[in-house]
Design a protein around this ligand. Structure first.
Ligand code: ASP
Length: 330
């Protein structure tokens, strides 16, 4: 029997960046070059490398990921044991979550990247790619959904966040921690996240832009009316603490919530949005009464992507609220 097949889709980022003329590194290495740079891969999997995009990860959009998800499902249906995606780390917490929502297969989908580019001492790209491929062929990672593998840790896409600008240990999944790790080349999964939501998009899914608005001290919300005027289909408010905004903006938010889904997330980065603890104007109880929908345990960035896909799938307010409500059970 031959080695398991793995499709590696490269999308640019630091892992594939070299100096292109003295002005700093840029993503120019192809998928083939990334794979051939790590001879150990040949002993682990039969890899086909696809240069899917070649950009800084902030250039990617939901449309790219919808296309990528379909390609990944096609490779898995064609017999691949798993798929690996290499890209810039800036948006991995978002891209991996979109893949987690869209790819509906048991085979592992693993996203990786690098914090130190190939020109630096201690470049981490080769080790991360090899570890990602080991996870992609492992039985342990089957049925886990999309995971992020860097620094010998395995993180569930739904929890992972980039937490440091340059440290190779930048990826964290608070408060649960990584779902597993790679030790002496062996992937070990020790935690399986509860809940599993998939979104199915129609063939002709339309772009449904969703704005993300971060609430800060003393803000009077004067930008909020622009959200509708600029053609957004939904809004995620990253509110203070348990889900609080200054009282001056509640009427505008109520008005917006009568026209589009307006989600209430927390800017704290941990815990669930509260539902019934505080009663002041601008509190979570007040905002939910005014029509905002809580995002449960999802932070603003992840909630924005789930809302985007739900809107693209044609879901209405009830279905959106129910999906966020049952997120941990689904
Ligand atoms: N710093 C980034 C990286 O890790 C740049 C990007 O996300 O493309 O690749």
């Amino acid at each position: 029997m031959g080695l398991p097949r793995v499709a590696v889709f490269s999308m640019g980022g630091t892992i594939s960046s070299v100096d292109s003329g003295g002005k700093g590194v840029e993503p120019t290495l192809t998928g083939e070059a990334l794979v051939s740079d790590v001879p150990e891969i040949a002993g682990v999997a039969d890899v086909s490398a696809v240069s899917f995009r070649q950009a800084a990860s902030g250039e990617l959009g939901v449309g790219d990921l919808v296309e990528l998800a379909a390609e990944i499902e096609g490779r898995i249906d064609g017999g691949a044991a798993g798929a690996v995606v290499t890209q810039g780390t800036d948006t991995i917490e978002e891209t991996s979550f979109v893949l987690d929502l869209l790819v509906d297969r048991g085979a592992p989908v693993v996203v990786t990247g690098a914090m130190r580019n190939p020109t630096l001492p201690g470049a981490d790209g080769p080790a991360n790619l090899l570890a990602a491929i080991r996870v992609a062929v492992s039985d342990a990672a089957r049925g886990l959904g999309t995971v992020v593998v860097l620094n010998d840790e395995i993180h569930a896409a739904r929890f992972v966040r980039k937490t440091h600008t340059s440290n190779p240990a930048t990826f964290r999944s608070d408060p649960v921690g990584p779902v597993g790790w790679i030790s002496e080349d062996v992937p070990r999964v020790v935690v399986r996240p509860a809940g599993k939501h998939k979104v199915t998009l129609p063939e002709n899914a339309q772009d449904r832009p969703v704005a993300l608005y971060h609430i800060a001290l003393g803000d009077d919300g004067r930008l909020l009316p622009e959200i509708e005027e600029k053609g957004y289909a939904g809004l995620v408010v990253e509110a203070m603490g348990g889900g609080h905004v200054p009282s001056v903006m509640v009427e505008t938010l109520e008005e917006l919530a009568s026209k589009m889904p307006v989600m209430l997330a927390s800017r704290t980065g941990g815990g669930e949005v509260l539902r019934s603890t505080y009663g002041f104007i601008g509190s979570e109880t007040d905002l939910i009464e005014r029509g905002l929908i809580h995002t449960g345990p999802l932070d603003g960035r992840k909630a924005r992507l789930l809302l985007t896909l739900l809107l693209q799938s044609g879901a209405g307010r009830e279905e959106i609220a129910a999906t966020f409500d049952t997120w941990l059970e689904g």
